[in-house]
Design a protein around this ligand. Sequence first.
Ligand SMILES: Cc1cc2nc3c(=O)[nH]c(=O)nc-3n(C[C@H](O)[C@H](O)[C@H](O)COP(=O)(O)OP(=O)(O)OC[C@H]3O[C@@H](n4cnc5c(N)ncnc54)[C@H](O)[C@@H]3O)c2cc1C
Length: 441
Amino acid sequence: MRADAATLLEYGTDALKRGHPADLVVIPGSAAEISAIARLCHDMRVPLVVRGAGTGYSGGAVPTEGGIVLSVERLNRILEIDQGNLLAVVQPAVITGVLQAAVEAQGLFYPPDPQSLKESSIGGNVAECAGGPRAFKYGVTKRYVLGLEAVLPTGEIIRTGGRTVKNVVGYDLTQLLVGSEGTLAIITEITLRLVPKPPAVATLRACFADVRAAARAVGALVGRRVVPSTIELMDRDSLDTVAAYVGERLAPAGTGALLLIEVDGVPAAVEAEADAVAAACRDVGALEVLRARSEQEREALWRVRRETSYALRTIAPLKLNNDVVVPHGRVPELIDLVERLRAEYHLRIPSFGHAGDGNIHVNVMVDPADAEAMARATKAVGALMEGVVALQGSISGEHGIGFAKKAYIGLELSEDVIALMKRVKAAFDPHGILNPGKIFP
Ligand SMILES: Cc1cc2nc3c(=O)[nH]c(=O)nc-3n(C[C@H](O)[C@H](O)[C@H](O)COP(=O)(O)OP(=O)(O)OC[C@H]3O[C@@H](n4cnc5c(N)ncnc54)[C@H](O)[C@@H]3O)c2cc1C
């Protein structure tokens, strides 16, 4: 238990950089201890907020009105890697990248790859249903969660699902808890499905004159029935920002957008698919298509993408990171929408992301000390959300709603659906103590 000012502040913020300090931070070591804390909070009506690694972008792990922050950081063990049954059992604070390295050492693969994987926890990934570049081919976290142990806000310890890929007994509470953003239960153990590690990977970089041509290439790939494991897109504003940050252009002159594409599988299939990727990109006018021939070259191609988050920090103090998603065939229309927002609201909006699954991070950059610019940025975000729903997309593909986006959920969900979700919340948490002030306006 900690209550010093530095800790309360540290546990009162996440990657969103907004929130309210905790009144108390507790760091229990077992599901039984968590159950006792939950019961106490339930009885005394004290807000309780669960925290994983605190890398969330929607304020999910942050109190909105004080209360207790419960960090699961001590529950950080990989309990089992079952090679025969292709599964792993882990505690929630295991870091995603640590689990991936452990299973890959045994020839297995855990595909979900949020870009925060060196810091974020599996529990946080499950609670947010995290995705990443590999989602187009492999799907997001929910596809890999077979079973859970969780503590209800009323103190009961429950188990859902199990160790089988098939399970249709009763309601699927496992999938209900996936993506529930720490509002329904505290996850204390996770059984994850694994797949065999693909033996070969090819990495290609395709450069285009503009972002619309890059977006058209995604359609061309789908047309050739190739499903790359990764299609990352970067627009001109993102490339310019990285160039200014690292002091050199990391793409050939004339590049207005690029795609980083990976295909994986057995070697013969990878060769054929890499050729098909190159041909599809050239079909729609790629200026250059380059294939990495070594791990060193692969890293060099990825450098531009890896530098992006750091580079953005240099152009404005605040990044309104909108993880919007549209059907991938409508990415060109999303790009047009972003272009209109730039012109109308006079803002820098570098955009990049997972073009294969239509999940583009539209980053509205602003100085929060400039009230007039903040007002323009807020309007731009509202217009973006409306536009994305009109494109049959979703206002959040990865980061969840937290408190950052709750004002917008009515754009996507009907009143009846929101009312039903609130009844589900009340069934788990009758006094509304677990992560109050999140998801619902
Ligand atoms: C640089 C950067 C890159 C990112 N890239 C991606 C990306 O590519 N894809 C993506 O999806 N996200 C990305 N994110 C966002 C973030 O990393 C993910 O949402 C991640 O899943 C959060 O994990 P965490 O352990 O940090 O959770 P936290 O931030 O601690 O918590 C997130 C939410 O989960 C809840 N929670 C945490 N642990 C538990 C638990 N044990 N039981 C119940 N609820 C719990 C919290 O209450 C909160 O609502 C990125 C973030 C950063 C900073």
